[in-house]
Every structure is written in structure tokens, then in C-alpha cells.
Design a protein around this ligand. Structure first.
Ligand SMILES: Nc1ncnc2c1ncn2[C@@H]1O[C@H](COP(=O)(O)OP(=O)(O)OP(=O)(O)O)[C@@H](O)[C@H]1O
Ligand SMILES: [Mg+2]
Length: 279
């Protein structure tokens, strides 16, 4: 059974105006447990709006969302417990931080979920250590840089041990090493614990490197979902979404146009090097 079944959801921000513009226009897709899904599309295409539906923060005007087979819109559904299972790190971390110190902030959700205080603080400290920001534990979250705030917001979600981790542009505000460490960490959670991951990104090279599935949005619609190479090499879709090709697809296209038969289904940096070596 898919972990998420999204069925024909529609959502508009201006419900009371005459001409409705749908931020989400009849979106349907499934996500399986252990998927690592990249959500891509131009600015304003509806990505953030879509993920805000997945933990029930926004409610669709029509359509349905099933989590592990149960409609999150049914009357007796426990949305609070859904928010512990589906952890979202939002685009603007300011909205997610509110405690006096970083460590309090990180431990907050886990305590609310029912973890003992001792355990929550112990785990919070471990996560801060892992993210190399242990030295910030007694700071006020409001005095941090953008990248540090993101890490703190992420730590708070992670300590709750969600089944699904959702990130809205996790790489924004992170330097290259932090970004690589971050993605490797998420990838290991995905491999070792089967955590489902959904992330929004504008960097298509990171899609190729980490995702097993891609969803493309354009103007409130889902225009394609599939494996990275299927989606990113679909010129019609990429054009419709107004997205640039990732470097590996451009290189494959160039090599093909020179008359060589290169395997364009393998697009990570190391796979691409292998394919080029074989040629
Ligand atoms: N709070 C809001 N009130 C009214 N309209 C909104 C609001 N938030 C988003 N919208 C509109 O809904 C549409 C989708 O916005 P959304 O933020 O989901 O896009 P996005 O794909 O996440 O863009 P970005 O890549 O810039 O973050 C846009 O047309 C946007 O103007
Ligand atoms: Mg957004």
C-alpha cells in the first residue's frame, strides 16, 4: 500500500473571489514507503502549497489524501498524530522556531509527541552534534543565520523520528559541504530506516544525485511523475515547466549528437563518468 495517495486535490487561496485561480489544480499521485521524491517546478508553480497539504496544515477544497490507506479528511482522523509522522521543514524556518534556546526548540516536538524529557534532550544534543551546531545549543534561535536556523528547524523535526521527512528547499542557505553532508545524512536515513523523503529543489543536479522519483509541477498542475532520467530527459515536459536541463542530461545529449551511443538512463556524476569511460 502506498504511504501517500493523493487524489484529485484542488486548492485556491482566494476562495471568495469570482475568478478562481487554483494553486493546486487536480493533483493526483502516489508515494511509496522508502521513496526519495524530488518535487520540482518554477517559482509559483504550487510546490510549497502541495507539501503543506501532506500533513493536513492546509485542507484541499476538493479531492482526498490517504496516509497509509486512511483518508486524513475523514471525521475521526487524528491530524495531530499525522503531524508527528509527517515532519515538514519549511522554506522559511523563522515560522518554525519559537523557544528561548536552540536546545529547547529542538526537543519541543519530541516531548509533545510523548518522548520523556531526558530522552528528548539527549537525542536533541546528539542531532545538534551531528549537524555541527552543538555550540549553538544555548543561543536564542532568533539570533542565528539563515543556514543555522534551517539546521535547527531540521533538528527539531528529525528528533521526532517521523516516518516521512519533507523539506522545502533544504539546500537554500547551506554552504556546499553542509549541503552534501545534509543530503548524505538524509540518504542514510532513507536507506537504513526506510524513512520516506520528499524534497523541493531548484537544483536539478541534486535531483539526479539523490531522488528515485521526480514530480514536475507547472502552474498548479502535476505535469509528470517518474524516474529522474524519464522525467528530466523529456524535453516537452521540461519545456512546458520552463526548466533547464541538468548538466548530465546536457552532456549525454551532446555526446549523442556527436554520434556516440551513451547510456542516458544513468545520470549521477559517478555513473556519467563510468559511461564516458566506457565510450
Ligand atoms: N499565502 C498566500 N496567499 C495567496 N496566494 C498565495 C499564498 N501562497 C502562495 N500563493 C500563490 O499560490 C501559487 C503557488 O505558490 P507556492 O508558494 O505554492 O509556489 P512554489 O512552487 O512553492 O514557489 P517557490 O519556488 O517560489 O517557493 C502562487 O501563484 C502564489 O502566488
Ligand atoms: Mg515554495
Amino acid at each position: 500500500m502506498p504511504i501517500f495517495e493523493v487524489k484529485n486535490i484542488k486548492y485556491t487561496y482566494d476562495k471568495y473571489e469570482n475568478s478562481l485561480k487554483y494553486a493546486l489544480n487536480d493533483i493526483s499521485f502516489n508515494i511509496e514507503k522508502k521513496d526519495f521524491v524530488a518535487l520540482i517546478g518554477k517559482s509559483g508553480s504550487g510546490k510549497s502549497t502541495l507539501i503543506s497539504h501532506l500533513n493536513g496544515l492546509y485542507k484541499a477544497d476538493s479531492g482526498d489524501i490517504l496516509y497509509s490507506g486512511n483518508s486524513i479528511y475523514s471525521k475521526d482522523y487524528d491530524l495531530n498524530s499525522l503531524r508527528f509522522k509527517v515532519g515538514i521543514v519549511f522554506q522559511y524556518p523563522d515560522y518554525q522556531l519559537f523557544s528561548e534556546t536552540v536546545i529547547d526548540d529542538v526537543a519541543f516536538g519530541a516531548i509533545k509527541k510523548g518522548m520523556s524529557k531526558d530522552e528528548a534532550y539527549k537525542k536533541s544534543l546528539e542531532v545538534l552534534k551531528f549537524l555541527n551546531i552543538e555550540y549553538l545549543k544555548d543561543e536564542s534561535p532568533f539570533n542565528l543565520s539563515g543556514g543555522e536556523k534551517r539546521k535547527v528547524a531540521f533538528a527539531g523535526v528529525f528528533v521526532m523520528e517521523p516516518e516521512v521527512l519533507i523539506f522545502d528547499e533544504p539546500d537554500a542557505g547551506l554552504d556546499t559541504m553542509s549541503k552534501i553532508n545534509f543530503y548524505n545524512f538524509i540518504k542514510s536515513l532513507n536507506n537504513d530506516y526506510g524513512t520516506t523523503v520528499i524534497y523541493i529543489t531548484h537544483n536539478l543536479d541534486d535531483v539526479v544525485e539523490y531522488a528515485n522519483k521526480v514530480i514536475v509541477m507547472s502552474d498548479g498542475k502535476l505535469i509528470k511523475m517518474g524516474k529522474p532520467y524519464e522525467v528530466l530527459s523529456d524535453e516537452k515536459v521540461m519545456k512546458e515547466a520552463d526548466l533547464e536541463l541538468p548538466y548530465s542530461i546536457s552532456i549525454c545529449n551532446k555526446v549523442k549528437s556527436m554520434g556516440y551511443d551513451i547510456d542516458n538512463t544513468k545520470l549521477t556524476f559517478s555513473d556519467l563518468l563510468d559511461s564516458l569511460k566506457k565510450l
